[in-house]
Structure formats: structure tokens, C-alpha cells
Design a protein around this ligand. Sequence first.
Ligand code: DOR
Ligand code: ZN
Length: 344
Amino acid sequence: MQETLTLGRPDDFHLHLRDGAALASVIPFTARQFGRALVMPNLKPPVTTVMAANSYRDRILKAVPKDGDFSPQMTLYLTDNTPVDEVGRVADSEFVQAFKYYPAGATTNSDSGVSALKNVYRVLEAMQQMGVILCIHGEMTDPATDVFDREALFVDGPLQQITRDFPDLKVVVEHITTTEAADFVTDAGINVAATITPQHLLYNRSSIFSGGIRPHFYCLPILKREAHRQSLLKAATSGSAKFFLGTDSAPHAKNSKEACCGAAGCFTSHAALELYAEAFDSVGALAKLNDFASRFGAKFYGLPRNAGEVTLKRQTWTPPDEYAFGDETIVPLTVGRSLGWKLV
Ligand code: DOR
Ligand code: ZN
């Protein structure tokens, strides 16, 4: 049995860090595992300009532990009113790597998102022309749509439309959760890729209800049936450069998750690589994790590979049930269980 696993220093291409004291609480977990992370812009108010992204990046850097060499990479929140000029500023920016497309109302802080695709067509045209990447939260938002069908219907509708009307646009379908999304990305051109989270590789929708309702398994897009989990594992371990690591670690205070209307998001930064190692190990594919975690994402984003390495060893340990989160606490996805891999 393989006892250790060494990877090139990896990247997390989908991360929520929040701001202020919450940011200071969570950033050390990511900085110790990853060389870079692509930071999502869904703050209140959202990060919509390169100028705002640069000052958010400065705040993140101030919160990074001093001994690290972590480099935050930024995204801008696409709105109905994003000016075409902003695309040029992103293309010229060293650290802003993409626009994030939230359909309005799809998830946490998405009220300022795009209310109709046609509202952003001129911006998408400019992005296609300048090679700027579009990261997509791929879910329908019509409240009449069943929550478990939202991604598959988005793939079949708006996503088909975007890739048809902008065939050269670089697109990352974020946190894919279904066979339909995995197949779509596999069959699309090389300009279309996807991130996959640890929770969607390890758990299915029954996990949310095992023995009672478990709010720390609730995220959006929601966990799906086991057959979908199997499709995601297959895609992640396929060796295709279209699928790469993005945790979507999304911290929310304990009392906003364990509530009568609990917030969506799983916190995984404390053990992200360990969770991915467990998922890849479960199908005998540890040898595929280096490309998924440390090469394919950087290649898609046109970034050099990080210097350095990280090593995991096979060791049973139990993460804390809570971590500090500003003045509050946060409960990680791993609450109540042990892990079989540990970052050295
Ligand atoms: O579960 C989620 N939480 N999904 C998202 O898309 C947003 C995220 C958050 O910001 O909490
Ligand atoms: Zn996210």
C-alpha cells in the first residue's frame, strides 16, 4: 500500500475567503496547502472592478501568514451592468484571472448576478476576443425548477447557448455535480473546462439526510445521486486536462449553518488535499492527483507551475469539530469523522 504521496505545490481554482476577521481566520488553511487560489468575488458588496479586486487582494495578502509564498488570484463579479471596458482592464491585469458568472439569485450573495444572458453578450464578446476566462455557476434559478435538476437544465440551456454563441470563449464550469455537466465538458472544445470539489467526489445526496438533517453537507449546487458522484470521480481521475481542483470551500459561521434556514457552503480548506487524496485513493487513482491538483488548472489559466512540493502521508487523524471564525466558529465538512491522509 502506498504510504506517502508527493505533489507539486497545488492550486485551488475556486475558493471563498470572505473579508475582515473571517478572512484572517480561514486564509492560513489555504496558504499552507496551496501556492495559489482563485478567490471568488461574492462579497457584500460584490467585487466588480479590477480596482476593487486589487484592494481585496491586498487585504488577503496582509492576512497571509508571513512565512508563506501564497499568491491570491482574483475574479470579478459579472453583473448586468459590467462595462465592456472592464474586460480590457482584466486582460491587462496581472492577478485578475476571470469573470465569475452567477445567475441572479443562484446562491450566497448572488443578487447582483446576471438576470438575463443577453445583458452580458457584449461583455462575453469582448472576453472571447481578449482571451479572458468566464467562470460559471451553472444552475437555473427559476424557483419552480427542482433543486436537484438545476445544473442539468442549465447545461442543456444557457451553457449550450454560451458555448454555441461564443465558441472560442474560455469557460470554466465551476463545481460540477452531474453526469450531464461532466459529459458536456468532456465533449466540448479544449476551451471548456471544469472544477470539481471534494464534497461532490466523496458524498452523495443521501449524506445530507443520513440519520437526520446534516447542514454541513449543504452546498450549492447541492449533492446529487450516487451515479453522478461516480461520473465525477471518473472525470477527475480520467487524466483529462479539462478537469481540475477547485474546492469551493465556503465558510459560514456555525449558527448560520445550523439554523432554521441554513446557509449553503461546505468548509474544506482545513483538509482539502486530504479529502481529494481520499477520493482518488478510493478508486486506486492516487497517481492521477498530481495533474488534477497541480498542473491542469495552471495550464488552463496560462499560469506557470508553482515551485515546491507538498507531501501527504497515510495517517488516521481527526480534525477539530470547530475552528475559530472571527468572533464566531466554523464547523468543517469533516465534523464527526476521521481522515486517512494527512499533510506533512
Ligand atoms: O454552497 C455555496 N456556497 N455555493 C456557492 O455557490 C456560494 C458559496 C458561498 O459563497 O457560500
Ligand atoms: Zn463557490
